[in-house]
Design a protein around this ligand. Structure first.
Ligand code: DX5
Ligand code: ZN
Length: 248
């Protein structure tokens, strides 16, 4: 589980000192920066444009992952690419020609990902996953930070993991929404390897470094418990084998 990547979502950062906050999470070991872009149409909120991406590009070496919660994402790919983005997550629900959009992202030399909303089934990824570097399972409805994690999405994360392993091993499975020290172990056990988290990191009173440590510690505990479970299962089956041998 040490391979799990953390992607702090700057939607929850203090925008008055955004550069500083990005530097803080970079020093605290963030793997990438998650940038939420909203247009007031696809979701009922407005957020970040290419100018902000250009500014944060200057203060961090980390990959910038752009989550486009907008209708017709094709119109904005060039501007965000020119601003220094490294990858794009476009919504299945917001794209009329998803295959074309994904090819356009690849032609720009960027990593491509497709996001699905809580009410969208994993099966829609079947015909596009082979062209993707990552998929994003929304664990809240998109549009706002600090919402409650939807537990009903857990089995779907498992189904997406199975689909990815079958059709495009190596494609990342990311989750987004309501991720904190309690829910992170659940989604990782379900099959996620990249966690976007906003309020659990930038909203933490003890600061971003301590907040990230808290999430990582929770993941490590789960990993240890998992190893304990596996060891116990192996011991049980060894015992059963030796009992069978001695009764034969
Ligand atoms: C929600 C955004 C998320 C958001 C997550 O629409 O896509 O990336 O920042 O915020 P938290 O982690 O607070 O749920
Ligand atoms: Zn997001």
């Amino acid at each position: 589980m040490s391979a799990v990547k953390l992607a702090p979502s700057i939607l929850a950062a203090d925008f008055a000192r955004l550069g500083q906050q990005v530097t803080e999470v970079e020093h605290a070991g963030a793997d990438r920066i998650h940038v939420d872009v909203m247009d007031g149409r696809f979701v009922p909120n407005l957020s970040i444009g290419p100018a902000i991406v250009q500014s944060i590009r200057r203060v961090t070496q980390l990959p910038l992952e752009i989550h486009l919660m907008i209708s017709d994402p094709d119109f904005f790919l060039d501007a965000f690419a020119a601003a220094g983005s490294d990858s794009f997550l476009v919504h299945w629900e917001g794209s009329n020609n998803l295959h074309r959009t994904v090819q356009r992202i690849r032609a720009l030399g960027k990593r491509a990902g497709v996001a699905i909303n809580p009410a969208t089934g994993s099966g829609v990824l079947e015909e596009i996953v082979q062209d993707l570097d990552q998929v994003l399972v929304m664990t809240v409805n998109p549009g706002f930070g600090h919402q409650q994690f939807l537990r009903t999405t857990l089995p779907k994360i498992g189904r997406v993991r199975e689909l990815v392993d079958r059709l495009k091993p190596g494609c990342e499975v990311e989750v987004d929404g309501g991720i904190d020290a309690t829910t992170a172990p659940l989604v990782v056990r379900a099959g996620a390897t990249v966690l976007a988290a906003g309020s659990a990191i930038f909203g933490a009173r003890e600061g971003v470094a301590a907040a990230m440590t808290r999430v990582r510690t929770a993941l490590n505990h789960t990993a240890l418990n998992h190893i304990d479970d596996e060891t116990e299962a192996a011991e049980q089956s060894a015992l059963q084998r030796s009992q069978r041998c001695s009764s034969e």
